[in-house]
Design a protein around this ligand. Structure first.
Ligand code: DQA
Length: 145
């Protein structure tokens, strides 16, 4: 059976075109989707890619991933740094999960140096732009096997 991975992108990632080019370059949300889709295709897996600015909606999607025992690639965006509600929902997951970031939060403002998510996922990949997602997809297939 084909492996199914949920990919969740948090707030403001849908509007990268308006954000700091020094951290995100010329990447836009469509580029994230197409990088994920083409990597998934070459790995032979199915991806369900979502984006939301709404904490409650993201929590519902995490519950869905937990119920369906789906592996997760997750860029929680700014929620990374303070959402205990999202952290609690990640703890409920039944399959491997990887936190990703386009930029390297540790090289940015101090409030970004804390991740409340890193301690409850299998691992974190940050700082490699679209490659952060590609690397995460490759790694999640290894973790699920
Ligand atoms: C981000 C890093 C976060 O600090 C920031 O709030 C984002 C994007 C990244 O992918 O580099 O929105 O998660």
């Amino acid at each position: 059976m084909q492996m199914k991975v949920m990919v969740i992108n948090g707030p403001n990632l849908g509007r990268l075109d308006l954000r700091e080019k020094n951290f995100y370059g010329d990447i836009n949300y469509a580029d994230i989707e197409s990088a994920i889709q083409s990597q998934a295709q070459s790995l032979g897996i199915y991806v369900d890619i979502r984006q939301s600015n709404d904490e409650a909606e993201i929590i519902s999607w995490l519950h869905e991933a937990a119920e369906q025992k789906m592996p997760l690639i997750f860029n929680p965006a700014a929620f990374t740094h303070y959402s205990y509600a999202i952290r609690d929902a990640v703890v409920m997951l039944k399959a491997p999960s990887i936190e990703v970031h386009l930029s390297n939060p540790l090289s940015r403002e101090e409030f970004r140096h804390t991740s409340v998510i890193s301690g409850v996922v299998n691992g974190t990949i940050a700082g490699f732009g679209l490659d952060s997602y590609r690397l995460a997809l490759t790694q999640i297939t290894k973790l699920v096997k």
